[in-house]
Design a protein around this ligand. Sequence first.
Ligand code: ATP
Length: 288
Amino acid sequence: MPRAWPGPYGQRAGVDRTDPPCILRPENGPVGPDRRAPPGLRLRGRARVGAQTLFGPLDLAVAPGRWTCLLGPSGVGKSTFLHLLAGIADGISFAGDLGAADGAPLAGRVALMAQADMLLPWLTARDNLLIGARLRGETPDTRAAEAMLERVGLSGMAARKPRALSGGQRQRVALARTLIEDRPVVLLDEPFSALDIATRVRMQDLAAALLRGRTILHVTHDPAEAARLGDHILLLTHRGLTELAPPRAPAPRPPDAPETLEATGALTRHLLACECQPAAAPSAEGLT
Ligand SMILES: Nc1ncnc2c1ncn2[C@@H]1O[C@H](COP(=O)(O)OP(=O)(O)OP(=O)(O)O)[C@@H](O)[C@H]1O
């Protein structure tokens, strides 16, 4: 009997979200990894642009079903990590292992919210949410798209094109598009950076609720955001990766709780300290 996958949004009326037929089940033959189960992620190796080392050798492990925040100075390679995992790192040559820890391909299991909103300017907000379904030849679920736009605070804006939205509104359309994709692995590149503090906290809470149990790798420059959301917090500098302790309380933590503020302060100190360290110069031999 196929196992129902309710998704983070609960059952949608008229939508049967059973596992796709490509999954190998006992009655179909050998048992493979469950492609709906959030896998851990691994990126071990070095990346180059032409002859120049961009980063490495590095060993990044992202825990399955957990929210991992990645902080670090501008230009250190954080977005490149996400692009490599999403399979869209054009112009970067990577030597090493990367992918899902369960050994199955990541393709089809990942949603990436890129740093730029990547909205198609000729489509409405609603149709931007439905573009993934359309490209896959699925029946677009207009009601689900409108419900998701409402959840990100954009009810009444479904028919607007991106040029008629503010920067923060466009970012919320991009967030809604990522959330509606309903993937076990979600890569977020500064997803709340254009939002005012109250909207940011609301969107963080929404993402934390809808993505609970997924494998999340979330790049952010905001130490307060990492202190609120991270089950694991990693700092990437030109000298390598360091794991930093998150607050003990479960995420999402209140933004003004003493433990969150204390962790924000500690992360800020780490970020300021790495700004003071001289960056190791990129070289054809690589960083050590
Ligand atoms: N396709 C590419 N071709 C050439 N250089 C690239 C390419 N992609 C990234 N880079 C370079 O690699 C470095 C790391 O870029 P990346 O966007 O990963 O940094 P980042 O840590 O995410 O920075 P920020 O915090 O500013 O977004 C930068 O110096 C960038 O110019």
